[in-house]
Design a protein around this ligand. Structure first.
Ligand code: XMP
Length: 320
């Protein structure tokens, strides 16, 4: 692998920031754009890019229809407070169009990748005249993709994809040498609010990584509602990551005295340092029961809630 990792113990966040700001300023001529999802990685890249380029960086929140509840509103307002304007681009129809009928996990990732980089960004780049895309690929993304475990949606050049030729822009990856812990340290040093730099990871394909089978608006709405409950109940645990997953299989349940062939939600809650390996958190049974009561009461159609007790490996953190 050509990329050289910077370990947390070797990282000097302030020096890293100065170096990356200088690198971005000298690499970019004219305009650059970036997509902010509100996760730690894209938030750090947005701040580095903003420091380096000011108004010459155009930051977009791509509303792909796959994000969590109220995400775009919250992120736009957080960054407005930091002095960074963020434009919301509604691309939901394009993403759901590309995902229609797609059930294979890697095909889903590919559909999202192509929609994001070619359709949405390709178009934005042509309209704005930008020739650079800043993005928050980190060291673990590269490592897992190159190892062939999962195709992380943001990996391009490491797979031999020439973005300049295929999409018309060059990709700049300022945090590619860092793992999550390093990115968080840089986020703190950049003055991001703690709720951002401490945020649990969230995958690039967003809630599509948590829907087994076809990703439709309706199925995303189900997993979104379950995610809200899981995040409310588990944010206090200090776990590395927690999530709700919508299964494709249905199971027999009972509602209002009648048979209901309903939906199943799987809850996962992980202990992990860097997402390379993980163990399920030993949640108290009361909390598990509350989760199941709330999810079956608050998420229409759900009759079954399970808790994943497998470790990574052989499981992975996300289900898709
Ligand atoms: P996995 O599921 O590979 O996830 O164990 C490792 C970490 O990366 C986060 N993440 C992604 N996972 N596709 C994924 O499957 C992506 O594009 C992606 N982006 C980030 C994931 O949430 C976990 O923390």
């Amino acid at each position: 692998m050509a990329v050289q990792e910077i370990r947390l113990e070797d990282l000097d966040p302030q020096a890293f920031i100065e170096e990356k700001v200088a690198e971005i300023s000298s690499a970019v001529e004219g305009l650059a754009i970036n997509a902010l999802s509100g996760g730690v990685d894209s938030s750090v890249v947005t701040m580095l890019g903003h420091r380096a380029l000011g108004k010459d960086l155009k930051t977009y929140f791509i509303e792909n229809g796959l994000m969590r509840q109220d995400e775009s509103r919250e992120i736009v307002s957080t960054f407005a407070d930091l002095g960074v304007p963020v434009e919301v681009l509604d691309a939901q129809d394009r993403f759901f169009g590309a995902l229609k009928g797609v059930t294979d996990p890697e095909a889903k990732r590919e559909a999202i990748t192509q929609t994001f980089y070619r359709d949405v960004f390709g178009r934005l780049v042509r309209q704005s005249g930008a020739r650079y895309l800043l993005q928050g690929t980190n060291y673990t993304d590269v490592e897992e993709t190159v190892a062939g475990i999962k195709r992380q949606h943001n990996i391009l050049e490491q797979l031999g994809i020439d973005t300049q030729r295929q999409y018309g822009y060059k990709v700049i990856e300022p945090i590619v040498q860092l793992r999550k812990s390093g990115v968080r340290a840089v986020g703190k040093a950049l003055g991001l609010p703690e709720r951002i730099y401490r945020r649990p990871p969230f995958p690039g394909p967003a809630l599509a990584a948590r829907v087994i089978g076809e990703v439709t608006r309706e199925r995303v709405a189900t997993v979104r509602a379950a995610t809200k409950v899981v995040e409310e109940e588990l944010s206090g645990t200090g776990a590395f990551q927690y999530m709700a997953i919508l299964h494709e299989d249905r199971v027999t349940g009972i509602r209002d005295g009648k048979r209901d062939f309903g939906l199943q939600i799987e809850v996962r809650c992980w202990e992990s340092k860097d997402a390379l390996a993980g163990r399920p958190t030993r949640l108290p049974f009361d909390l598990l029961e509350r989760l199941s009561q709330r999810i079956t009461a608050e998420v229409p159609g759900v009759v079954s809630v399970t808790y994943n007790i497998a470790s990574k490996p052989p499981s992975t953190i996300e289900a898709v």
